[in-house]
Structures are given as C-alpha cells and as structure tokens.
Write a protein of this length. Sequence first.
Length: 132
Amino acid sequence: YLLYMAKALFDLALNYTPATVEKQYELILGIMSPNAYPRYKARFLKFVKEAEMVKLVSVFLPDSIKHDPGRKAIMATGTRMLLLEGEQVVESKRTTYELRYSFSAGQFHIEDFGEKGKLGKVLGASIKGETK
C-alpha cells in the first residue's frame, strides 16, 4: 500500500504539464497532514502560477523506490527533466526525492515532500533560475 501511494504521489508531483499542474497539486494538498497543509498551500499556489506562466513541463523517470519504515520515509531516485512546453530540455539531472508520511485514524498523510536533503522546498521553486 505504501509504495503504491508513494509511486502515485511522485507521479503527481513530478510529471506534469501547464494544463495539469494545478489539479495535480490540489490532489497532493488533499493528502497533506493537518500540520503540513498550511506550510505547503501557499508554496504550492505560488509554484503552480509560475509553472503555468512559463509553461513548464516536468518528467521524472524513477529507477528505484525505497522504503525506510523507521524514518517513515520513501525515497525515489531517478532522472528529472524540466522543459518549456514545446521546447527543448532546460534541465536534466539525476536526483532523489523523499516523501515523509504518517497515519492518523488509519488515514495516510504526507508530512514532508521534496528533493532529498531539501525537504519542505517546493518541487521546482527555482523555476526562474532553471528556465533562463
């Protein structure tokens, strides 16, 4: 169950187009824990507006997903490519993303999400720097 949820969340967060990014990030917000929701809501809204404005497309090709039950963390490692819609790749890099989770009353929640070592930073918050 956990790896299935994580795979779906990594796909929602890291594979999008300007036409899909808003709905996908709304779905992610709906799974955030009550503590994480306020931290991420404003960041996600800002990120979505920027991604739509510059017509950012993201593709993440994971080659491994690992679970660390002791830390309640799931890590996905792979290649992430960012491009401007209809144009060439702006950035391509190998990276690891981490999702920290919790359960409350049997319900799965995201506590933190982002590039490993930079949790809490919105995925793609540096759009301006990446698309120059």
